[in-house]
Design a protein around this ligand. Sequence first.
Ligand code: NAP
Ligand code: GDP
Length: 340
Amino acid sequence: MVPHHFMSIKQFFVLFFLSGMKKVLVTGGTGLVGNALKIAINETSPENEWVFVGSRDADLTNEEATKALFDLVKPTHVVHLAAMVGGLFHNMNNNLDFLRKNLQINDNVLQSAYEHGCLKVISCLSTCIFPDKTTYPIDETMVHNGPPHPSNYGYSYAKRLIDVQNRAYHEKYGCIFTSVIPCNIFGPHDNYKPEVSHVIPGMINRMYKLIHENADIQEKEKMFVVYGSGKPLRQFIYSLDMARLLIWAVDCYKSIDPLILSVDEENEVTILEAAEAVAKAFDFKGKLICDTSKADGQYKKTASNRKLRSLLPNFQFTSFQDAINDSVKWFIENMKNARV
Ligand code: NAP
Ligand code: GDP
């Protein structure tokens, strides 16, 4: 467990009671978004106390371990990121585990937060839990409007139930338990294991290997395989932007209704365009080919960020290519300690 700012217990309580300071427990604090939060709090929110925990601190599928964690930390606020997370292929092969683990984690965290009188919990849903058959753009009112894409129904139904639980805790106890709905997130500290990862970290890892293996083959003769047709459309958000928005939500988002955290609709890209951005960051000289024998998943999940824009009109998202460049640089520099 990593308290971000060190201070004596006396200092902490004086500050806490005088300033209405928040003590924010970040579950999933060792992952992609958790690590981005550690950076972003130094930019915007140093006055609060942030406690980052991972599965080594407490297995949140276990009720007793979750309660013990809340007893120890005594948070006033929770950013609930912990989840079984993965890309299309990991979801397709493990729907039962995605369903059960995420149901268990979410139930334990929300009930513990209620029992400890937490003032706010912000949980993470995802734009990939929306109905498969829908009109576009998708907005926050459409979470429960029809079955999710069959590839990831386990993850989707577990995540949708967070919204149901949030409403029920509010109805019965008045809790402010809410959720955000990010699009596909990427950045430093991502899970880069190709068999479980999302598309961008998976492609970064595979392209690095392709460039560095078989030194006898000229790079321009090498072929990078994009899984699927390359045609599906996705919105991608840089983890640092996601973290900045979460910090704002802790302080300013008052509703229990979900809030989409996504780049604008016009910044949606095809999977092939995402592969081209990764190739550009590596200055890869070879060819990109699509393997249509592999699954495409949902064709598109275009989400509207109109509600976010109405609340935070001036937020600047990092450009997609800059964020890809940063992620590739981080991967190359940190590969030895990364999830590869
Ligand atoms: P991540 O990098 O895979 O990190 C997952 C985190 O959850 C890790 O800190 C992990 O701890 C923790 N965790 C997993 N199982 C746990 C357990 N049984 N007990 C305690 N902790 C556990 O995930 P992420 O990409 O940061 O995702 C953060 C949140 O955003 C998740 O709720 C995810 O569903 C949501 N989201 C992600 C994306 C995306 O594209 N990545 C998109 C939309 C929404 P250890 O590492 O210590 O095991
Ligand atoms: P999704 O956005 O929730 O569907 O999940 P992903 O981040 O895994 O993206 C899946 C999309 O990227 C599908 O259209 C895949 O066919 C395509 N794709 C291309 N290459 C890869 C890869 O290396 N890994 C993954 N996970 N998907 C890939």
